[in-house]
Design a protein around this ligand. Structure first.
Ligand code: C2E
Ligand code: CA
Ligand code: CA
Ligand code: CA
Length: 271
């Protein structure tokens, strides 16, 4: 039994070492990707249910890997968070989104953009200055920029979060709570934050047609949002049937493959 235990232990440490090596390799590669400008933003429309118009887009980062092709953010964002690389990466994302937003404006298209901000970026003391600087340099209006934050990013240190949000609010940017419903926000907490919108997590939308509970959650969130004068965006809308339910439940804006996949700026069709 002892020998077996030792083997298990050795296997375990070897596995850890391999994981650590892979992570280090990925980190080095991502660092280089940033320098070599291999990252690219795709944009997914957010559509107003009543009019069918695109009211804005969400910027989603991808890595155009020279050998592996387009790499999903799910493969590198968590690692970037852990290593802190998310901070320079996040600055690049903000700069690129604002540059694109300004280019759209110069072409006569008013297109608000939402950018994802991860917990580590939000906790980084320089975020307010970064946002101010990027907006100044790009000439993209603050009022057209939304920062998407998760519940956990805010709830980790709520008092500090309120201060950061108030400072950013003073600049003029907007906020939405991403993946809403998956975290632990309470109504009482939400009221403390200067938030503009809630994004209902895709997991609730996925089963909305079949699952009575999910329908109830969505309708509660919509009612609550109305009380707090927040807008609601349903994420991951893939079918007309889901859209019908969401509309009936009072949801005013949707995002998902039904309306459009995330695409490069040049490939977007605003209808
Ligand atoms: P998220 O912020 O919740 O973004 C929505 C994700 O759902 C995107 O995945 C989008 O492509 C996908 N999606 C949109 N519509 C549908 C649909 O109808 N069905 C399904 N199944 N999926 C849909 P993506 O682009 O792979 O991004 C994954 C996550 O990576 C994002 O989740 C976000 O948390 C993170 N992420 C992406 N870009 C950035 C970034 O620039 N900065 C940071 N910090 N995180 C990012
Ligand atoms: Ca998001
Ligand atoms: Ca989301
Ligand atoms: Ca997410």
């Amino acid at each position: 039994a002892k020998a077996a235990g030792r083997n298990v232990y050795r296997f375990y440490t070897e596995a850890l070492t391999i994981a650590a090596q892979e992570r280090l390799a990925l980190e080095t590669a991502l660092r280089r990707a940033l320098e070599r400008n291999e990252l690219v933003l795709h944009y997914q429309p957010v559509v107003a249910v009543a009019s069918g118009y695109t009211t804005g887009v969400e910027a989603l980062v991808r890595w155009r890997h020279p050998a592996d092709g387009l790499v999903s953010p799910l493969r590198f964002i968590p690692m970037a968070e852990e290593t802190g690389l998310i901070v320079p990466l996040g600055i690049w994302v903000l700069e690129e989104a604002c540059r694109q937003g300004r280019a759209w404006l110069d072409g006569g298209r008013v297109m608000p953009i939402a950018v994802n901000i991860s917990s580590r970026q939000f906790a980084d003391g320089a975020l307010v200055d970064t946002v101010r600087r990027v907006l100044d340099r790009s000439g993209f209006p603050a009022s057209m920029l939304t920062l998407e934050l998760t519940e956990s990013a805010i709830m980790h240190k709520p008092d500090q979060a309120v201060r950061v949000l108030e400072e950013l609010k003073a600049i003029g940017v907007k906020f939405s709570i991403d993946d809403f419903g998956t975290g632990y926000s309470s109504l009482a907490y939400l009221k403390r934050f200067p938030v503009d919108a809630l994004k209902i997590d895709r997991s609730f939308v996925a089963d909305i047609v079949d699952d009575e509970n999910d329908r109830m959650i969505v309708s509660t969130v919509v009612a609550m949002a109305r009380q707090l004068q927040l807008s609601v965006i349903a994420e991951g809308v893939e079918t007309a049937e889901q859209l019908a339910f969401l509309t009936r439940l009072g949801c005013s804006a949707c995002q998902g493959y039904l309306f459009g996949h995330p695409l490069e700026a040049g490939e977007l069709d605003f209808g």
